[in-house]
Write a new protein. Structure first.
Length: 178
């Protein structure tokens, strides 16, 4: 537990419902106006939780899911693992996702999750961490930049309800493990 009362721990299958609610709440809050509203409205917490349980059943240990708790309540989630270049996994690490309960933005939860993901990736011997962020998500981009990530020039869109939504890639060099 840190000074802010935030505890980071590995996610368990029992956490899937709460993580799904945080993830979808995060999408609906952070991506409003950036992704078609029809796509956001169609997101379903129950389906997302079931998908997460399926991921756990098939896990091979290469993907790390973390949750942040404050006073025993799960308030955030992060997921990282090997960088995916198409279907190929590389030696770099990738932050696949980080979401905080929208009511807890700006309280240090995201920072604590990101710091722990960076620490674990560094300890695992990765020398670089990459992530993708919506090009127009200025709040998230500032968050990553404050944590030492920089846009590296790569851009790719993903499709949401037939609309191409541009993403940019950020990178951060990781310190060599001691």
């Amino acid at each position: 537990m840190d000074d802010d009362g935030i505890r980071i721990r590995p996610m368990t299958p029992a956490d899937c419902d709460r993580v799904a609610a945080i993830r979808i709440g995060g999408w609906r809050s952070a991506y409003r106006g950036l992704i078609p509203q029809s796509y956001l409205d169609a997101l379903d917490v129950t389906q997302d939780a079931e998908r997460r349980r399926g991921y756990f059943a098939q896990a091979d240990g290469s993907v790390v899911d973390l949750v942040a708790e404050r006073h025993g309540e799960i308030v955030g989630w992060a997921c990282h693992g090997p960088y995916r270049d198409g279907e190929v996994r590389t030696e770099d690490a990738e932050l696949y996702a980080i979401y905080v309960d929208p009511g807890r933005y700006g309280t240090g939860v995201g920072r604590a999750l990101l710091q722990e993901s960076v620490r674990l990736c560094t300890a695992a011997g990765h020398t670089r961490m990459l992530l993708w962020v919506l090009k127009d998500n200025t709040r998230a981009r500032r968050f990553y930049e404050r944590a030492g990530f920089r846009a590296d020039g790569a851009e790719e869109p993903f499709e949401a309800d037939g609309v191409a939504v541009p993403e940019v890639r950020y990178a951060r060099e990781l310190a060599a493990p001691r």
